[in-house]
Design a protein around this ligand. Structure first.
Ligand SMILES: O=P(O)(O)OC[C@H]1O[C@H](O[C@H]2O[C@H](CO)[C@@H](O)[C@H](O)[C@H]2O)[C@H](O)[C@@H](O)[C@@H]1O
Length: 271
């Protein structure tokens, strides 16, 4: 038996079908929130090359055109970046929920806006400080910054971590925090706000009998799983455990299977 606060491992999706069907059956509409990298798009070495699989792009388009379904992409990428990478959704959240585009409007978290100049400075200093590390890349996302070390020789990774921590301390002091991701260090304002908060804001606009589904692959998706579970459904992509999501699939290809099912059979279950 695990410690009381340890979430149980997500179950393979096949074992969750009765619950998935029941969740949709009880609902009048569905809100589908999707992470981007590692969920719709396979992880690749160069972040500029990330593209959704063809089947995921098609499935998202189908869902976006389906009455009773709202689609949202909730990404760690900058809003303008992720919006260029996947078509269809009516809602996009970028920078882990710090910016939100819906109904023709873009809203930015006020604290993040105040720290934008500091992030700009930070990324400029990091670029210089990390320039000599082979294949290290700084992604300036305006409200947050990301240091990529996927392609960095493993012997140099501790150096990347040390330099990043030193620069964040000297440029940001207590105002910035570093959080982990997949072969990246994410730097943003020290703020209790994440993808889960963005999903809560998005869901608040939906009818009360909406089934909320969130699919994601990374540690930053956990706050969104906590928001949707247990009334809605969290699906974690990949075998990383533990997770608050109740279901698990292995890859973006499985995500496409699920989204295709949702767009055909799933929506017919709506009340
Ligand atoms: O919340 P997400 O949409 O999943 O975004 C999280 C981060 O994804 C990107 O980095 C990750 O994907 C890259 C491309 O596959 C990969 O090279 C990198 O190692 C991964 O961590 C993106 O570049 C970041 O800005 C996002 O925060």
């Amino acid at each position: 038996m695990g410690a009381p606060d340890t979430p149980s491992p997500p179950q393979p999706l096949e074992e969750q079908w009765p619950r998935i069907r029941a969740t949709i059956d009880d609902a009048t509409s569905i809100l589908v929130c999707l992470d981007f990298d590692g969920t719709l798009a396979p992880i690749v070495e160069d972040p500029d090359d990330a593209t959704p699989t063809e089947r995921n792009q098609e499935a998202v388009m189908t869902l976006a055109d389906t009455p009773g379904v709202t689609t949202a992409v909730v990404s760690g990428r900058a809003l303008l970046d992720v919006r260029e990478r996947i078509n269809g959704p009516s809602i996009y959240a970028g920078n882990h929920g710090l910016e939100l585009a819906r109904d023709g409007d873009i809203s930015i978290h006020s604290v993040a806006r105040e720290h934008a100049a500091c992030i700009e400075r930070l990324c400029a200093v990091l670029e210089v400080a990390l320039a000599s590390v082979p294949n290290c890349r700084v992604e300036n996302k305006r409200l947050t910054g990301t240091v990529h070390f996927r392609a960095v020789p493993s012997a140099a990774v501790p150096t990347v971590r040390r330099i990043t921590h030193d620069v964040v301390d000297s440029v940001g002091g207590d105002a910035l925090e570093i959080s982990p991701g997949k072969q990246i260090l994410e730097i943003g304002p020290d703020l209790a706000w994440g993808k889960g908060d963005a999903v809560e804001v998005i869901a608040a606009d939906e009818p009360s009998e909406t089934a909320v589904i969130y699919v994601g692959d990374d540690v930053t998706d956990e706050s969104a799983f906590r928001t949707v579970e247990p009334d809605g459904l969290g699906i974690r992509v990949g075998s990383d455990e533990p997770s608050t999501a109740s279901a698990r699939v292995e890859s973006p290809a499985d995500v496409a299977d699920f989204l295709s099912w949702l767009g055909s059979t799933g929506v017919d279950l709506l009340e």
